[in-house]
Design a protein around this ligand. Structure first.
Ligand SMILES: [Zn+2]
Length: 428
């Protein structure tokens, strides 16, 4: 009888231990996490990605961290792209694809996960598509989405807050539209073309190279100003001695087209490289093994949350569709994804390391990226293999979406939000 009792005691101990360690790989690290997403930032405008000296502070961050040369978003505009980033779910899986949708409270996100582990979670954003109106405040202890604020507007509040919570483990999310609001090409160009209307697509054809230079300069000038705040934030983290205890990620939700394929803007249904390729830079605490500092393998927004959790030592929630990039960083792998998907309203990009297939409702495009990186010459049909992958992709997403469920907004967006959305240059 005694032996039987001891056996049961041991069995119960084992069961309890397994339950406790179920979502950890090792003893979790006590690092803070800061995730910065600057809206509308195409990779090639940064110094670290080949531009001239527009972003000295972000470039310095890139020198100290790991830079992903080929990082892609999973949707081409703000609302669905940020849900993908925070929930590690493709748009077809999370279903937040229009202003009628809302992040379903069932959705697991990085902030919810970390809050459940005792992290203090706080976020600052320039509102509209990353606001509580769409459920982004879920999982945050504190969420500041004051209307219309830029990074420079909320910077003093953010620093004061950071100083107050610096001795706790925290997750901080920072999003702003500083580089997005450059984009009133209509206003910029009206100086030289008084009747130019950005929303009349045929009008793009009247733009010439010097117009595009004007637009790019306006963009770079906003980006340069924004960059100074990244420098100030970095110095502050140094001063508060937080850097060695913090995983710092810098990225964006999509890029921007400057007439490479006949349009200006993003969210217009064209998953070309200038729209989907974004910066991704991660600075790790000193004690994390970093063996490769520039990663060439293609990665995606969906991989950010898994990379954070893997580095911290947690197992990934079952719904996360991305993969941790840590094995690339540690030098244990040199490829992560055979196929990457970016969805848009007008077509889906299915990308390998060297090819891109864009599936449109009524036609396709296919590019060999090795010898046509600017996607100028669409080639012949590459065979069924991309479509087979697409079908598998849809099936996986359908299953997840059924499990999570699509949440509809109870009310239409208010006139105020509608005005802000239009002011950012979106049509709704
Ligand atoms: Zn955006």
């Amino acid at each position: 009888m005694k032996k039987v009792l001891i056996f049961f005691f041991l069995l119960i101990t084992v069961v309890i231990s397994i339950t406790v360690i179920a979502d950890v790989i090792q003893k979790p690290k006590e690092y803070n996490v800061i995730l910065i997403s600057e809206d509308t930032l195409r990779a090639d405008r940064l110094g670290a990605y080949g531009n001239s000296n527009v972003t000295p502070n972000i470039d310095r961050l890139a020198e100290k961290g790991v830079l992903f040369e080929n990082a892609f978003v999973n949707y081409d505009w703000t609302l669905p792209s940020h849900v993908s980033m925070l929930a590690s779910l493709y748009g077809s899986a999370h279903g937040v694809l229009s202003v009628d949708n809302f992040i379903n409270p069932n959705t697991m996100t990085i902030q919810k996960f970390l809050r459940g582990k005792g992290y203090y979670t706080f976020g600052y954003t320039g509102d509209v598509f990353v606001s509580r109106d769409f459920g982004y405040d879920q999982g945050f202890d504190f969420f500041d989405d004051e209307e219309g604020q830029s990074f420079s507007d909320f910077y003093p509040k953010l620093i004061k807050h950071l100083e107050e919570v610096k001795d706790r483990r925290f997750f901080l999310f920072i999003h702003s539209y500083d580089t997005h609001v450059y984009n009133q090409p209509s206003k910029i160009l009206n100086m030289s073309k008084p009747d130019f209307d950005l929303w009349e697509e045929e009008e793009f054809s009247i733009l010439n190279e010097s117009d595009v230079e004007i637009i790019k300069n306006a963009y770079d000038s906003e980006l340069h100003e924004y960059d100074q705040y990244i420098g100030r934030l970095y110095s502050k983290l140094e001063e508060l001695e937080l850097l060695d205890n913090t995983i710092l990620i810098f990225t964006s939700d999509h890029g921007e087209e400057f007439l490479e394929h006949g349009k200006i803007g993003h969210g217009l249904g064209d998953p070309y490289e200038e729209i989907i390729k974004v910066p991704m830079i991660i600075r790790f605490p000193e004690e994390v093994d970093v063996n490769v500092k520039r990663i060439t393998a293609q990665v995606q927004s969906l991989d950010i949350a898994p990379t954070i959790l893997h580095t911290l030592g947690y197992r990934l929630p079952k719904t996360f569709q991305g993969k941790s990039t840590y094995d690339l960083i540690a030098g244990k792998k040199d490829r992560l994804h055979e196929f990457l998907f970016t969805e848009t309203r007008g077509g889906i990009s299915i990308r390998t390391e060297t090819e891109k297939y864009i599936l449109r409702p009524d036609y396709f495009e296919y590019y060999n990226l090795s010898n046509d990186p600017l996607e100028k010459n669409s080639l012949l049909y590459p065979g069924k293999r991309f479509e087979d992958e697409y079908l598998k992709f849809l099936q996986r997403n359908d299953k997840l979406r059924e499990k999570i469920g699509i949440a509809e907004r109870e009310h239409d967006v208010s006139d105020e939000i509608r005005k802000r959305i239009l002011s950012l240059g979106y049509l709704i």
